[in-house]
Design a binder for this molecule. Structure first.
Ligand code: GCB
Length: 642
């Protein structure tokens, strides 16, 4: 089992592994018991996962569009060599998009589906290194190019890429085929109930232990990326402040153990800052000092452009530019300090969710959501309950929204069998590593959340938790916290607990994140009693966790838009607005509460159940199509006046 000292300890990830998906993903797939492929060993090496911004030396082509698509309920595709012969009876599907809301026969389909497209290489890319990069495939993807197996990736929401140089034809069509499988399994994160084990299902159809619809498919763009043969593989930026001086430390890796000169430039401020660095055996480090720095904050989300250039200005070997914010984040006593000053988080837990496209990237909706957050006077959100698209983080940098970035560690139950917990651990550790590697350069990310509401035993049973469940969870999280802190020493780490959660788990965090449903799941329908219960709860949290800062990461009530009552009753807009205001009034009296995130920003799709009217969680303060409920107006007046 999970042992702090033993063999299941997070293993060291080498720099080479760290930049590629293939080796890591393959071992995660094996760990979580994914179907092994008959296509033998992957043939291609991993490619850099740096977001493929274009530059003088780099180009990107978006393969989004209409692809061919076929469900494979009998799992015939691999034996029938669909990856080589093409899909026998395809229909068209947009990429990116979830498949569930497009086709009636695919709504509750959680097996394997095949995707196929063709592309031509740009002749200008001759001699360059070419990779194919997937933003997210939910859940297990296997990829072939021109009939050759490239590799696999397990786990949605995070990017993976394969180097296809030499394999992609120049001057002839290339056939890219992807098999995406999304079985709802107990040994995955998020995990689904095992009907054989008599597990409790939170939602009935489809059967999930978590409260959102398990949309599946290619959810984010598939990109072709061209870079020089010698190229930057990874860049890590950390920033500091000292008086009115900013400090920017950059570590970077170059392919092929390249050695030579690099130049780093920071522009956007009154004067560019330029330094040089000597790259040795593929590794480079540089430090930059920014006089009269404009620190990044929600009030002034100022971004600099950092360019890393290898080789001479006139003939760069490679050049990569990213936007960065200079800021610090720290926990001191009961405060979260951004740039040394206490911050209070006003915002929400959200979901990536929309009609028809499901969980696929929706840029118009993303911009609209951030506009609405600003309209409300919010300054933050949590990427509940999985990593959001990279574009969401880039936009949050621009809007000055502080982000609690969450892993897919949802529905973790520690009374489950050891082998199931072990498989989930491996998958979660992998996802955490990929998440931190992907998002660590974003100033908007101020806190990592390792999991949402892990529990020692299922909610529905009155039996005591099995012996050892809390201790198993303690070790599980001790390992995960250690892993997060070793991968990023600059940000606080927490896990989000439900109604208190075992103190041995939650207390390992730098911040206490609490989900709480007084007035809804507890003391239902009784607003006055809910306020009393909340007061007791928040006082008890202080007693249990000393002076750590507390964020209320969820509270609220379902409200069917248009339903009203006086006195306010459950399911009405009036009751929802009153519950949210009650939490605000009670929590504001406790200075160690440094944030309130009502659940949720907008209504979202769930499975069907007696608890979810119209298969929607209606705790949104906006409807699914972003019409404000009474609670949105109430929050706006509360938040804008503080
Ligand atoms: C929770 C979960 C969230 C649910 C919410 C609810 O505690 O974290 O995923 O959607 O409760 O509405 O039940």
């Amino acid at each position: 089992m999970i042992d702090e000292q033993g063999p299941a300890r997070p293993r060291a990830v080498t720099r080479r592994q760290a930049v590629g998906a293939l080796g890591l993903a393959a071992s995660a797939a094996a760990a979580a018991g994914a179907a092994t492929t008959a296509a033998a060993q992957p043939t291609r090496g991993p490619a850099s996962l740096l977001y493929p911004h274009e530059s003088r030396t780099r180009a990107t082509r978006d393969l989004s569009g209409l692809w061919s698509f076929q469900l494979d309920p009998k799992n015939e595709g691999e034996a029938g060599r669909w990856f080589e012969r093409g899909l026998p009876a395809p229909r068209k599907i947009p990429v990116p998009c979830s498949w569930n809301d497009l086709f009636d026969d695919a709504l509750n389909y959680f097996g394997t589906a095949w995707y196929e497209t063709e592309f031509h290489l740009d002749p200008a890319w001759r001699g360059r290194r070419v990779a194919v990069r997937f933003g997210s495939a939910v859940y297990h993807a296997r990829v072939w190019l021109n009939g050759v197996y490239l590799g696999e990736h397990l786990g949605g929401h995070l990017p993976f890429a394969f180097d296809v140089t030499g394999l992609a034809h120049d001057g002839a069509p290339n056939r890219l085929v992807v098999a995406v499988e999304n079985e709802l399994r107990v040994d995955r994160v998020p995990s689904s109930p095992d009907p054989k084990a008599g597990h409790f299902a939170f939602l009935e159809e489809p059967n999930t232990a978590y409260d959102f619809f398990p949309y599946c498919g290619l959810h984010r763009p598939v990109l072709l990326c061209a870079a020089p043969d010698t190229h930057l593989q990874d860049v890590t930026v950390t920033t500091g402040l000292s008086g009115n001086r900013g400090e920017v430390a950059v570590e970077f890796q170059v392919s092929g153990a390249w050695s030579g000169p690099a130049t780093l430039t920071l522009t956007g401020g009154p004067k560019p800052v330029t330094v040089t660095a000597a790259v040795k055996a593929g590794a480079g480090v540089a430090r930059m000092v920014v006089p009269d720095v404009r620190a990044w904050s929600p009030d002034d989300p100022f971004l600099y452009r950092l360019t890393v250039r290898l080789g001479p200005e006139g003939a760069p070997v490679d050049e990569y530019t990213l936007k960065i914010g200079v800021r610090t984040i720290a926990v001191r006593g009961s405060e979260i300090l951004l740039n040394g000053k206490p911050v209070f988080l006003k915002g929400f837990g959200k979901h990536e969710d929309g009609a028809i496209r499901g969980k696929a990237l929706d840029l118009p909706m993303l911009v609209r959501d951030f506009e609405l957050l600003k309209w409300l006077g919010a300054n933050s959100f949590r990427t509940s309950h999985y990593p959001y698209a990279e574009e969401a983080l880039m936009l949050a940098d621009e809007y000055g929204l502080m982000v609690i970035a969450e892993t897919p560690g949802v529905s973790l139950i520690f009374s489950d069998p050891p082998e199931v917990i072990e498989a989930r651990y491996k998958q979660l550790e992998m996802a955490l590593g990929e998440l931190i590697r992907r998002d660590r350069n974003h100033p908007c990310v101020i806190l990592w959340s390792l999991a949402n509401e892990p529990i020692a035993k299922p909610f529905h049973t009155a039996d005591p938790e099995p012996p050892g469940a809390v201790e198993t969870g303690r070790k599980f999280f001790a390992n995960l916290f250690a892993r997060a802190r070793s991968l990023d020493r600059t940000r606080p780490v927490a896990l989000v607990s439900v109604q208190g959660g075992p103190a041995e788990w939650v207390g390992q965090g730098d911040v206490i994140c609490q989900n709480s449903y007084n007035g809804w799941y507890a003391v239902s329908g009784r607003l006055g009693d809910a306020a009393v219960a909340l007061e007791q709860e928040v006082t008890a949290l202080r007693a249990r966790h000393g002076d750590k800062p507390v964020i209320y990461t969820e509270f609220g009530a379902d409200a069917v838009a248009g339903m009203h009552s006086q006195p306010p009753a459950m399911w009405t807009e009036d009751y929802q607005a009153d519950i949210i205001e009650t939490y605000w009034q009670v929590l504001r009296k406790h200075p160690y509460v440094v944030g309130t995130h009502p659940w949720a920003f907008a209504d979202f799709r769930t499975g069907q159940s007696t608890m979810r009217v119209g298969a929607l969680n209606q705790k949104g303060v906006f409807t699914r199509d972003r019409r404000p409920k009474l609670a949105a107006h109430r929050l706006r007046s509360l938040w804008r006046s503080t």
